[in-house]
Design a protein around this ligand. Sequence first.
Ligand SMILES: *Cc1c(COP(=O)(O)O)cnc(C)c1O
Length: 433
Amino acid sequence: MKYYSLNNNSKDVSFLNAVKNGLASDRGLYFPKKIPLLSKDLIKNIKSFSNHEIAFNAIEPYVGKDIPNERLKRIIEETLSFDFPIIPITNSISSLELFHGPTLAFKDVGARFMARCLAYANEIKETKELTVLVATSGDTGGAVADGFYDVEGIKVVILYPKGKVSPIQEKQLTTFGKNITALEINGTFDDCQDMVKSAFIDSEIKEKSTLTSANSINIARWLAQMFYFFIAFKERPNPDKKLAISVPSGNFGNLCAGLMAKQMGLPIDHFIASTNINNTVPKFLETGIYSAKKSQTTLSNAMDVGDPSNFIRIQEIFNNDLFKIKKSISGSYFNDSETIKGIKEVFKKNKYITDPHGAIGYLGLKSFLNLTREDFSGIFLGTAHPIKFAETVESTLKIKMDIPERLKSILELNKKSIQIENYNQLKSFLLDR
Ligand SMILES: *Cc1c(COP(=O)(O)O)cnc(C)c1O
């Protein structure tokens, strides 16, 4: 499989080169030349395939000969080494919990997959020292830090907006040490993302080291997320009904992965793009006009994105045809007080505790199901463990949650970060090392 740049101004590259480059040299996102089709047998008999077999079938055509099949199978086994339970909330609404990985975030799967692909790339070819540079609005950083921790030959530099991530998230970013460095940026997530983008095209930096991204723009992170939608389809509680999946969205990598799975032939009937007030995409679906905005801070901070990077991939999947996009995706957005009400409502329904992101997924799904006929049932993606947003969840529900063991140990470690005010400081940091 070859990958082309969506800016159409750089050479096509192989899978591993696209993973190493992150962004194409013309700053475009990579996109596969072809969207492969799944075998009919896989879809028809999906229950008889193990999750590892399904993931292998889904991802193998995108990887091709770049990674030998046996190694790819091992990478998948190591990546998908935890559970993805589906929990029913009502007769027609369930939650697919994606947060049982090491950092309790759904981004663990993409980060672990990418780290293992890059580790393989490093093994087969001596490259200049590889630096993974990543901007995070909360969860990406922890998942990337964990996925890459102690991987030989790879340094990880994480940029996060000062004061805009939760205390647990901050600990997850700043306590690893070794090959992981956290930079605390005086600004928003969009500022962090802009700095990362500037570093990628900075020729002085490029001369000294090889930079790669680990944001959802990286194809290894993005495509590995397709797996969730296969699980949703395989384990859906109401197989006789049409399936709608509500995806709490920020940079739109996850939803875009779901759309790829659908293009490959996975029978998902509808998607809901559920956001907080950073509603650039739902507004686009309403008006047909894409108008990027500055991001605003909300309770669901991992979705505080005003100009989602992956949206351009969604447009590519649908050939920029607004009519087709709207046939597959509806948009919904909710402010913080609606989010709080959503958390309460879900808890009332069957004592289910959801974090603010999941609550937005739930609300988006509910409003879609209310509008349509009875022939649908739906799944919303639980993207973060509620304990990561303990302050909001506990004060809303007047409960106290237990802290899982693997978080307890992190909370006792000391934060280590470097303060950065502007791009020049980032640049000297990257050049000095
Ligand atoms: C990253 C993240 C999202 C948004 O995912 P995208 O792929 O960027 O749309 C939603 N919820 C949580 C908890 C996240 O960490």
